[in-house]
Design a protein around this ligand. Structure first.
Ligand code: MN
Ligand code: MN
Ligand code: MN
Length: 291
């Protein structure tokens, strides 16, 4: 799919940046190299690959020539706050730092434990070989419910992915096993410990009341959080303003990203136009220089 052409008066330089994207090292469709290539084609100046709970996608891209794109180390960590699963993006982290290294290892163990439990539950229902099967589907990607679903389809246990989720893997079904994520303040500490900026990801996605959202932002700020995303894909101007006010209220910087996983109708492509946010206190100022 060709990238969107951004036209503007010749004197206006449009700067695209993206601090929230996924490669197929987690649940994105593009390889880290292809994601980097997409960003370059679109003219993205700064890119963070923020895969779920791992840094191998970023590291793979970072080991390749990056052309015109400046790659910022990133990750998106899952955690728990007040009983809800929350995502925190870490930007500018040192992936080799023991704080991040240990953290990422712990996340991998939590996912592994969850996959084991999903497999045991499926096997108890007569679907033998679920773990090995799903692992084969996942290949080098992080093992998750979509791989179990694909395996069930391939084995003819269900007719399609929808049925796999409806009957076995969706919310409230046997394969709906919650991973044992760390607490919000723990993942924030890993990011800070490894020299990064903790960013509260897609604050409106949790569907909290405004009161609860403020409590979350309060807790995040108290833990040492530094920024919140004001755009993470498609948002209405009202939503962006709401999040900007929240950032101002808690004296946080803002971050912008697409949360790109794959080309899909209604999904944002890689790269967010920085111009509406120029003049705001943004995390990008660390890497953008004087642009
Ligand atoms: Mn995802
Ligand atoms: Mn997320
Ligand atoms: Mn994401």
């Amino acid at each position: 799919m060709p990238g969107r052409v951004l036209a503007g008066p010749p004197s206006v330089k449009i700067v695209l940046i993206d601090f929230h994207t996924h490669s197929n090292a987690s649940d994105g469709a593009l390889s880290p190299e292809a994601l980097l290539e997409r960003a370059a084609e679109r003219g993205v100046a700064l890119l963070a690959i923020t895969d779920h709970d791992l840094v191998s996608g970023y590291q793979r891209a970072a080991s390749k020539p990056q052309g015109s794109v400046r790659l910022v180390p990133g990750v998106e960590l899952s955690c728990v706050w007040s009983g809800a699963t929350i995502h925190v993006v870490g930007l500018g982290i040192d992936c080799e730092h023991p704080a991040m290294h240990r953290g990422v290892a712990r996340m991998a163990a939590a996912r592994e434990e969850r996959a084991d439990k999903i497999a045991r539950r499926l096997e108890k229902r007569g679907y033998a070989g679920a773990l090995a099967g799903a692992r084969a589907v996942a290949g080098e990607s992080q093992l998750g419910r979509p791989h179990f679903a694909r395996w069930m389809v391939d084995q003819g246990h269900v007719k399609d992915l929808n049925e796999a989720f409806d009957r076995f893997l969706g919310q409230g079904k046997p394969g709906d096993v919650k991973a044992f994520w760390p607490e919000l303040d723990e993942v924030v500490a890993w990011i800070l410990g490894s020299g990064g900026v903790p960013v509260l990801a897609h604050p409106l996605k949790y569907r909290f009341t405004n009161t609860k959202l403020k409590r979350l932002v309060q807790a995040f700020t108290a833990a040492g959080g530094g920024a919140i995303e004001v755009t993470s894909g498609r948002q209405t101007p009202d939503q962006v303003r709401h999040l900007q006010r929240l950032a101002d209220e808690f004296d946080l910087e803002i971050s912008i990203g697409s949360d790109f996983h794959r080309d899909a109708p209604y999904a944002a492509d890689v790269g967010v136009d920085l111009s509406p946010f120029a003049g705001r206190r943004g995390v990008w100022q660390r890497w953008l220089g004087d642009n």
